[in-house]
Design a binder for this molecule. Structure first.
Ligand code: GLP
Length: 250
């Protein structure tokens, strides 16, 4: 693992966008695994800025998103498909046929999960997977206790995740209770992983995930077993990591 320490959210977003840009430039037909949440918004904004300057080209890039709320589609402005178009895809030259997101509107969970695994397989796997992290150490929607061996599956969201995500909805009752998510196994099969974390509410999750025991109780801790992980985190998110320990990874 390598850690890139950022001053703040803006710096983090620029550093993460630089790493993704390198991937896009070195392999213009990369398969990028993408994430939602507030963490990657600045990264997407930075990539859009460089695209507008003519420094990046997404015409052969393919994407697979991590997750989607079950029951929501593009007409819902809380869906992840809406988020991705609004925050990224509408502003770059990616082809619509190269965008892949679990279909929250497919009522057949088994069929949807199988379809999505097949999509990832048919693309030849993920070159670089971008991840945020939940306060309880979840990645995608793989909540504490998740089986490390799962591919795409349908999950019941925990109360803490519903609480954390209610800020995006009018009321907590509107937050879906289930989601489709790539599993830990799908994430671990990505060739490179880039995890971003900002703010003091992520400090425990970062410490436990990267410096605590590898356990399903902290889903992101499995990343310690991946051979190519980059963590870009700001000072606040790294606040619980002792300095001597941190320096080994910088
Ligand atoms: C949601 C998403 C995750 C994301 C997490 C953290 O639960 N499914 O992919 O990492 O929220 O979100 P934020 O970046 O807003 O803190």
């Amino acid at each position: 693992m390598r850690i890139y320490k950022a001053k703040d959210y803006k710096d983090l977003s620029r550093k993460a966008a630089n790493i993704i840009s390198a991937q896009v430039i070195l392999k213009p037909n990369s398969v990028l695994g993408l994430a939602t949440g507030s963490s990657p918004i600045g990264t997407y904004a930075q990539l859009i800025e460089w695209y507008n300057k003519g420094d990046l080209d997404f015409k052969d890039i393919k994407t697979v998103n991590l997750d989607e709320y079950r029951g929501l589609g593009i007409e819902s402005n809380q869906s992840y498909v809406y988020f991705m178009h609004h925050n990224f895809f509408n502003s770059i030259n990616i082809k619509a046929c190269n965008i892949n997101i679990p279909n929250g509107l497919n009522p057949d969970a088994k069929a949807e999960c199988e379809r999505y695994d097949e999509v990832i397989k048919s693309l030849g796997g993920i070159d670089m997977q971008l991840l945020g992290i939940g306060r309880n150490g979840h990645i995608g929607f793989n909540e504490p206790g998740s089986d490390f061996e799962k591919n795409t599956h349908c999950v019941d969201l925990t109360q803490s995740t519903i609480e954390a995500n209610k800020r995006f909805f009018n009321s907590i009752d509107e937050v879906p209770k289930q989601a489709y998510t790539m599993g830990i196994k799908s994430i671990m099969q990505a060739r490179k992983i880039l995890l971003i974390a900002s703010g003091d509410d992520k400090a425990d999750a970062i410490y436990n995930s990267f410096f605590g025991p590898v356990t399903p109780q902290v889903p992101a801790s499995v990343l310690q077993l991946h051979q190519d992980v980059i963590l870009v985190a700001d000072d606040k998110a790294l606040a619980k990591v002792p300095k001597e320990l941190l320096e080994r990874y910088l």
